[in-house]
Ligand binder design. Structure first.
Ligand code: HEM
Length: 338
């Protein structure tokens, strides 16, 4: 039979124990040409004709070296061992071959399946007949991709997939499925023009109210106030330098309204402050601040901005303590007795 028929038969009825006779001189090229036809790329041992002619012929090799076949498929071994790693076993070269008569050429073939087409055998035979050195023939190009027991991890969903209402959700639940609760997408459907990076609304979100802040005059920013309040020579109390702290009665406080040339005093948390120097610095405007002038502004202050630290901001404006009328009277009597 022509060798081409042999190859075709081997292709149609591959056998794990089948010994493929190495090609004879002149046949190897034909077989390789035949087997290389198609999408399979060249094996690593494919050599150009120049290189093939340059290497010594197998007939020059005398010492017989065994051939090793590495088969990873358990079905290629007689025993059905659960081991899945490739095994190495010695294989005999066909005695009919010319090469075996002259000494077999050491070669190693890495085969992952017993159903390997004879193309690899032909390539192996060609490689072993042409190369005097041990050759590793890995027909990886003909091996189908290994089937893994674990499926590949799911691809992360695109941002569009999450936001698009028509697409399925992360959990694979179709959007068309009826749900008693509104979906997050429906709850937090963003308004046009708002940022997509904005966090969803929470309970702690400040209720949106129109700001009542005013535009302050230049040089009256909070930083300017802090600079003025901490100035060592600034007299912001309006009592003269080194004046003692006063006991302020409600009647005294009522006279300090900020009108008729008098300073504006207000009581906050039991302390009386002269708020006159702070008026142009108040972000809410002078009229707003003056609502608390001449009286106890603790409740009003707490209703608008309880988070503002007035104690620190007005520490240099402290006039004294708010006391009851009777208390002030008795303390006055005590001083008179002294
Ligand atoms: C008790 C009388 C007061 C009234 C009626 C009042 C009123 C207001 C108002 C309406 C605003 C604008 C709030 C806004 O729309 O954001 C405001 C802001 C402000 N007020 Fe007053 N205020 C008073 C006392 C004070 C005092 C004594 C201080 C501190 C010494 C102060 C410090 C501030 C600050 C820092 C802001 C800006 C708050 C912010 O940035 O959110 N206020 N005030």
């Amino acid at each position: 039979r022509p060798p081409l028929i042999d190859t075709l038969i081997a292709l149609c009825w591959p056998s794990p124990n089948r010994q493929y006779p190495p090609p004879r001189e002149g046949e190897a090229k034909d077989e390789v040409t035949e087997t290389n036809r198609g999408p399979a790329p060249k094996s690593p041992t494919s050599l150009s004709p120049e290189v093939e002619n340059a290497v010594p012929k197998p007939a020059d090799i005398n010492p017989p070296i065994p051939v090793f076949n590495i088969a990873s498929s358990p079905s290629s071994t007689p025993s059905s061992s659960p081991q899945t790693t490739p095994k190495v076993r010695a294989a005999t070269v066909s005695e009919n071959s010319k090469e075996s008569a002259n000494g077999p050429i050491p070669s190693f073939s890495l085969s992952s399946s017993s159903l390997e087409p004879p193309a690899s055998a032909a390539a192996l035979a060609r490689a072993s007949s042409n190369s005097p050195t041990p050759t590793f023939s890995s027909p990886s190009s003909t091996i189908p991709p290994p089937t893994m027991s674990m499926p590949p991890p799911p691809r992360p969903p695109k941002l569009n997939d999450i936001r698009t209402p028509s697409s399925s959700s992360l959990l694979g639940v179709p959007q068309t499925r009826p749900s008693p609760l509104p979906s997050r997408q429906q709850q937090y459907d963003r308004q046009p023009g708002t940022s997509t990076l904005a966090p969803p609304p929470t309970h702690s979100t400040k209720p949106s109210k129109p700001s009542r802040k005013v535009t302050l005059e230049p040089g009256h920013s909070p930083l300017d106030w802090a600079r003025l309040a901490n100035h060592p020579t600034a007299d912001l109390r309006g009592l003269g330098p080194n004046a003692a702290y006063l006991r302020v009665t409600p009647s005294m406080l009522r006279r300090q309204t900020g009108r008729r040339g008098k300073d504006a005093w207000t009581a906050l948390g039991g302390r009386v402050y002269n708020i006159t120097p702070y008026l142009p610095f108040h972000p809410g405007g002078e009229p707003e601040l003056l609502r608390a002038a001449g009286r106890d502004g603790t409740k009003l202050f707490g209703e608008i901005h309880p988070w503002v630290n007035y104690e620190t901001m007005l520490s240099s404006c402290l006039v004294g303590l708010l006391v009851e009328e009777a208390e002030a009277q008795s303390s006055g009597d005590m001083e008179a007795m002294d």
